[in-house]
Ligand binder design. Structure first.
Ligand code: SAH
Length: 200
């Protein structure tokens, strides 16, 4: 009989990998759909590209490397079951939020800062609570990653990736929306928080 032994560290890696697969299947149709709508204003900058790259490295490449090779070995620590359970719940919440934001944004979605033809201001669903629920889902991904992958460096990398994307982008994004939508976005800003409902 073949015995299969799976360490808790391995289990955390598998749950994380399933999360990333879910991420891909949520994102891909949005990209396809958005491509059909012309971009009329583009605020893509080197800084924004850097933030995006940092998020991909911190939330994708660094944890992916750890999942496949165990690198960096020096920063590993023993995984614990409660941490994995909580991590799975948080990562699932991240993907649920991520999916809701894509459904709600629809054709207004963009990988960077862009205004599309007939861009609509979305203020419903998760956008009724916070202005940047997709970035909320990235923060939840970072928390989930830190709980699922038993490695200090990998845990930290997720937060650094999120922070670089978020803080290099959020002011510019809000300025772009204010320029385009005027006082309507100003009013929307007054009744919503940025990423954490009722707090920030
Ligand atoms: N910051 C948002 C959206 C990220 S996608 C979030 O975290 O959920 C980035 C694109 O979404 C930007 O190019 C902008 O054009 C668009 N966008 C951001 N907020 C929006 C809103 N409330 N309504 C419509 N489009 C929005």
């Amino acid at each position: 009989m073949i015995g299969v032994s799976l360490s808790l560290t391995g289990l955390g890696k598998i749950i994380w990998a399933l999360g990333v697969i879910a991420w891909y299947f949520i994102r891909r149709p949005a990209e396809r759909r958005a491509r059909r709508h012309r971009i009329i204003s583009n605020q893509r900058s080197a800084t924004d590209k850097f933030g995006l790259a940092a998020a991909i490295v911190g939330l994708g490449i660094v944890p992916g490397c750890f999942a496949l090779t165990g690198f960096p070995h020096e920063a590993a620590y023993p995984a614990r079951l409660p941490s994995l359970v909580l991590g799975a719940v948080v990562y699932a919440a991240a993907m649920w939020t991520f999916r809701r934001t894509h459904k709600e944004l629809g054709k207004n979605w963009s990988i960077s800062l862009e205004i599309r033809e007939e861009h609509e201001l979305i203020a419903s669903g998760p956008y009724a609570l916070v202005r940047h629920p997709m970035y909320t889902s990235f923060l939840l991904m970072a928390v989930g990653q830190a709980l699922l992958l038993a490695n200090w460096f990998v845990g930290l990398a997720g937060f650094v990736g999120f922070a670089l994307l978020f803080f290099l982008r959020v002011d510019k994004e809000e300025r772009m929306m204010l320029d385009f939508f005027g006082p309507r976005y100003g009013e929307y800003m007054q009744r919503t928080k940025r990423i954490i409902p009722y707090i920030y």
